[in-house]
Design a binder for this molecule. Structure first.
Ligand SMILES: Cc1ncc(COP(=O)(O)O)c(C=O)c1O
Length: 385
């Protein structure tokens, strides 16, 4: 008889990682694959970061750091809030983490107890609900609609059954690219303040915007847990570095949790990341490329019979409504990969209930990849359009 395993580990897979495995298998067998499934920049870290690493390697011990991160990086992150949002942040409130994924674990653990009720938008980033579930927190899915631009609103939260202890919000959002305006964010912040709800604001896609402005929850409140990362705009995905700006009362609990769970975030990555804030010209050029990829995709979809999608005002995804083509997005994605080599993520990863009619197309890769994929998509789908 196999020994017992914990029920906390019995969470759903991250489907996109399963798609990635299938795509890699096809590639290893010599097949052409267009990688529009994973949400990571097709570029490496900016040159100043690579240079900083060259200089740092071999010098110094690269031992553990403070559990909350090295002081120069915490100070530089705090300054980023002044430069970008006009908000003064005490560096003592900044916790450097192992990606934003590490921040979710520490943030959720210190904000919520077992049995607390936390709302997440659906469609939404699947790890929110899966991490919360693993931690024994009850996830309350709030269904947002395509007609309303997949916006989370106080009205939708009001309709949720029972009281809430927390809300996890992302703007720009994955997979829809929905960006909340200042007033919309302010309405949610004051709803949370009025109801005693802890807001967790995932701001990982800030900087990747198409004609819109993103606002930090820090512009409006000191009570939110604000999470960000070097993985997306900063193009440092594999360096596994992110951060949180914490309300005062959560600083020491997060520090104690971080000491025990991780000891410290990756040292080499922290040293490099101090420099990345100076690389805006290089990083903005990536955003300009994402914008061209986005136009290419949005120009192609109607020609192949796909006429609805999320706003795609930020991040690097199109959440496409394929309900006119299929009612089983997982089978559709498998067939598309097998027959045309295009790897995408089925909507069920982001919305277990309605995702069978959607798929997510990532345009974080190169223009050649996206353009080749759109040609292949037209060839594959045009006869059906
Ligand atoms: C909305 C959102 N938050 C967080 C993450 C996790 O990123 P990381 O752990 O690399 O910072 C992702 C990754 O795709 C994401 O889409």
């Amino acid at each position: 008889m196999p020994l017992k395993t914990s029920s906390r580990g019995a969470i759903p897979p991250f489907i996109v990682m399963d798609v990635l495995r299938a795509a890699n298998e096809r590639q290893a067998a010599g097949g052409r694959v267009y990688h529009l499934e994973v949400g990571q920049p097709g570029t490496g870290a900016p040159s100043v970061v690579v240079e900083a690493i060259r200089n740092a390697v071999g010098r110094g011990r690269m031992g553990y750091t403070d559990a909350m991160g090295i002081p120069p990086l915490r100070r530089r992150i705090a300054r980023h809030y002044l430069d970008t949002y006009g908000v003064e942040v005490d560096p003592a409130r900044v916790a450097v983490t192992t990606g934003s994924s590490g921040a979710f674990l520490l943030g959720f653990l210190s904000a919520f107890d077992v049995g607390d009720r936390v709302a997440v938008a659906s469609p939404g980033y699947p790890a929110y609900r899966n991490i919360l579930t693993a931690l024994g927190v009850e996830v309350v899915e709030i269904l947002t609609s395509q007609a309303e631009g997949f916006r989370l609103t106080p009205e939708l939260l009001d309709d949720a059954p029972g009281p809430l202890d927390g809300i996890v919000l992302a703007s720009p959002a994955n997979p829809t690219g929905t960006v909340l305006g200042r007033e919309e964010l302010a309405a949610l912040v004051s709803y949370c303040a009025g109801a005693g709800i802890r807001l967790v604001s995932d701001e990982i896609y800030h900087g990747i915007l198409y004609g819109r402005q993103a606002h930090s929850a820090l512009e409006l409140t000191g009570d939110a847990v604000v999470i960000n990362s070097f993985s997306k705009y900063y193009s440092m995905t594999g360096w596994r570095l992110g951060w949180m700006v914490l309300p005062e009362e959560m600083v020491r609990p997060v520090e104690c949790l971080a000491q025990n769970f991780f000891i410290s975030p990756p040292t080499l990555s922290q040293v490099a990341a101090v420099q990345v804030f100076e690389a805006t010209a290089e990083l903005d050029a990536h955003v300009a490329r994402y914008a061209r990829n986005r136009s290419r995709i949005l120009g192609t979809l109607p020609r192949v019979g796909i006429r609805g999608w999320g706003p795609a005002d930020g991040a690097f995804y199109v959440y496409a409504d394929i309900s006119g083509l299929t009612d089983d997005s997982e089978a559709f994605c498998r067939r598309m990969l097998a027959e045309s080599g295009i790897a995408t993520t089925p909507g069920t990863d982001f919305d277990p209930q309605r995702g069978r009619g959607y798929l997510r197309i990532s345009f974080a890769g190169s223009e050649e990849e996206v353009s080749g994929a759109m040609d292949a998509l037209e060839e594959w789908l045009e006869p059906r359009a």
